[in-house]
Design a protein around this ligand. Sequence first.
Ligand code: TRP
Length: 384
Amino acid sequence: MSKDNEEMVVTPWETRGKIDYDRLIQEFGTSRIDEKLLKRIYKITGEKHIMLERELFFSHRDIDWVLDEYEKGNKFVIYTGRGPSGGVHIGHMVPWIFTKWWQDKFDGTRLYFQLTNDEKFWFEPDLSIEKVRELTYENALDVIATGFEPENTYIIQDIEHIDLMYEIAIQVAKKITFSTARSVFGFENSMNIGGIFYPAIQAVPAFLHSWIYGKKTPCIIPCAIDQDPHWRTTRDVAEKLGYYKPASIQNKFLPGLQDASGKMSSSQEMSAVYTTDTPKKAKKKVMAAFTGGRDTADEQRKLGANPDICSVFKYYTFLFMPDDKELDNLEKQCRSGEILCGECKQILAPRMLEFLEKHQAAREEAKERIHEYSAARLRDDIRR
Ligand code: TRP
């Protein structure tokens, strides 16, 4: 995975090098989520959220403007998505959990959830249509099991629901030149032309609500910061097509269990706990996780460990230890050498397993309900 001495590269399809989030804010031209914005958000939500407090979500575009509109009575919609290139692991779900909170707190705002099976078909050389279909279905179960309400959640499967999107996609595509796409996304000549067209498809859900209902509606996109290039081109064309520029709220990458520096990769089986892992397998992965510990117990008792580079500590921070006092205390024990990594993992394992158990039960139930979430329902709302 990423090595510290490599040059930083962050595009929607590739992340390399040591990630410098301040530099990303600067280079991408986004804004940091500051105290003032947090206060504004909390005034509406009525409660804090650890993923904001602990700066997992750290960057945004235009959230202040969307809140202005919201306070004037103009509702917004939420749009997020996932490329079904493999199974879903706990790291993937973290921003979905935040999205659900956001949806709930802003009175059941409508969510469009895009499963980009076309993207993964184009970008993964060995992925067949059959396989990507199967993954789309499996991933949809995980989305539903996150707890979204069917009344206001629309899961778009690109290949199956292209008829809902194509009219917007062709308009977007006409406004983006190859030279822009090449410089924003780093496309090379060897790329298949499906991939070159793809950004037009990812732009669509940002405008879909406005297009269907004939009313310009603000849109907030919760996403990992690597998706920002998409929103740059989407925002560029928005007003030309008569829509608002989409806003976004952006999160840092959640490390795998093997490497605390970069993005969690789905290709390394042991590096992540998948939503379908057995308890035994999940526990094994937790116990094998990369930490900031010392080589020997003696050394660690004397010198302490380093939670800043520890993947286990990241999982506590963003999901499994919401209590600030408990987290502070653990951090102190870790730095002072009072607690060893094995003991610390023994605390994480049961929390992870409890989460998995609940999720797997919800995932089973989702099988009966998948149609209730389908974007196919939107076909009835489109007036042509
Ligand atoms: N391209 C994203 C991925 O590979 C999937 C995606 C589509 C997405 N639309 C999105 C992610 C909107 C976040 C927000 O995972």
